[in-house]
Design a protein around this ligand. Structure first.
Ligand SMILES: [Zn+2]
Ligand SMILES: [Zn+2]
Length: 273
């Protein structure tokens, strides 16, 4: 009897699973149809394109997804910059005061923007406002800076977060930027660095404290970075301690060279102690 019941239940289970797979393939088919229909609608009615910063409708597709007035307001880092860290400098010197006094493990940092109010608005909206579409704008700017400065990279590596930091924000903006820049320049992105230590918020610390805070925080993965020319991607270059610690870890794992590409660089450092 119990055998019979088992057989019965097997039969009903198998017909159940047939039904399931049938309805799954039906669902798949209707999904394909829906996608086709949406693609068709898009060609008939292209979506309106809005400025990524102010939301104004754009009459034409622009290179950076920004309207002309927002582009004009952006503080481009087009003047003379420090040969190492890429911060704007006004005088005749080749290096800023920081770079005259300290050695960096990376060769140079380059950034399309100076970190001022308008830049902060973009970057903070991405990091804390979750406006991930700003990655498009920032990565387009960064890819152009990469080309203008003739940076060389076998791979792009982004500044990592700890699992806890990533969980809190839900994403790593440096990773999103690296992936998008990689697509634009056709350079692979690799997870060459891990962040293995929780650190305090950098912005409240002096340069010296920042360096101490970050000491030993990053670990490079030798099989990904050994012998490679690396461009390290981050959102903002402030005192350079994050870039420096990451570059140190990458060189320790035998990376060939490390350059840095950030969306923005702060003006001459306020943290000199
Ligand atoms: Zn705008
Ligand atoms: Zn400098």
């Amino acid at each position: 009897m119990s055998e019979l019941i088992n057989t019965k239940s097997n039969i009903s289970e198998s017909s159940q699973s047939e039904q399931n797979s049938e309805s799954a393939s039906r669902r798949k088919f209707s999904k394909v149809l829906k996608n086709l229909w949406n693609a068709f609608l898009k060609t008939l009615f292209p979506p309106k394109v809005a400025c990524d910063s102010c939301g104004l409708e754009l009459v034409a597709d622009t290179r950076y997804n920004l309207c002309s007035s927002c582009i004009e307001k952006l503080p481009f880092n087009n003047g003379k910059v420090c040969a190492v860290c890429g911060t704007p400098i006004d005088d005749e010197a080749d290096y800023c005061i920081r770079c005259q006094n300290t050695e960096s493990s990376f060769e140079k940092n380059r950034s399309p923007l100076v970190y001022q109010a308008e830049t902060a608005k973009l970057i903070l909206s991405l990091k804390f406002g979750g406006k991930k579409y700003l990655v498009d704008t920032l990565s387009a700017l960064m890819a152009d800076t990469f080309i203008d400065n003739r940076l060389i990279a076998d791979v792009l590596v982004y500044v990592p977060m700890t699992n806890l930091e990533r969980k809190k924000r839900g994403f790593n903006q440096s990773e999103l930027l690296a992936v998008e820049i990689g697509k634009r320049l056709e350079i692979p992105v690799c997870k060459g660095l891990l962040k293995v230590k929780e650190t305090s918020l950098q912005k409240e610390l002096s340069a010296k404290e920042r360096a101490e805070n970050l000491a030993g925080a990053f670990l490079a993965v030798p099989e990904f970075v050994k012998g490679q020319s690396i461009v390290l991607i981050d959102d903002v270059f402030t005192t350079g301690s994050t870039a420096n610690e990451c570059a140190k870890a990458l060189l320790k794992a035998r990376a060939k060279r490390v350059n840095v590409l950030t969306a923005a660089v702060t003006k001459q450092r306020i943290f000199m102690e």
